[in-house]
Write a protein that binds this ligand. Structure first.
Ligand code: SF4
Ligand code: SF4
Length: 69
């Protein structure tokens, strides 16, 4: 399970850039902060490498290892 806290996200989209599995797409909806946060579009592709979580400068992403499918 991937959690993106759009209240923390500043819309830099580093997470999207670094994700090797292209799990994210840019959201079409503006967040409260006035940015376009990443949207978890293809969670089934996630390999839980945690790169997105590590790269996020604002600690807006949490990747849970446990799968809730
Ligand atoms: S890296 Fe973090 S701050 Fe940047 S777009 Fe992704 S979630 Fe938002
Ligand atoms: S944990 Fe890895 S594969 Fe999963 S969304 Fe983040 S960067 Fe992509």
């Amino acid at each position: 399970m991937i959690h993106v806290n759009s209240n923390y996200c500043k819309g830099c989209l580093l997470c999207m850039e670094y994700c090797p599995k292209k799990v994210y797409v840019k959201s079409e909806k503006l967040s409260k902060k006035g940015v376009f946060p990443p949207e978890v579009k293809y969670p089934e592709n996630c390999i839980k490498c945690h790169l997105c979580e590590l790269m996020c400068p604002d600690f807006a992403i949490i990747v849970e290892d446990k799968d809730d499918k």
